[in-house]
Design a protein around this ligand. Sequence first.
Ligand code: SF4
Ligand code: SF4
Length: 82
Amino acid sequence: MANGTVVIATEICKGCELCIAACPQDTLALSATINHKGYRFAELVQDNCTGCVNCALVCPDSAITVYRLPKGAKRSVAPQAA
Ligand code: SF4
Ligand code: SF4
């Protein structure tokens, strides 16, 4: 299965949870903290993203960027955008 990872623009996110519902891997969850707008935001909670892009497609605010990693590449959790 493909490897991927996502970067979420946490200050754009409004915590609607559409991406969380759309992720078949349960890779995303809402943060415990809030952004400057006062919303909990989506964040990566598991290192199992396949790069399927479902989350980015459903995000109404285009807050998610998906990266597909080359086969065999070491997976790492990318830092979240401020
Ligand atoms: S790209 Fe797919 S597997 Fe990765 S977080 Fe988004 S919905 Fe989940
Ligand atoms: S779909 Fe977009 S706005 Fe909604 S929680 Fe996910 S990243 Fe945030």
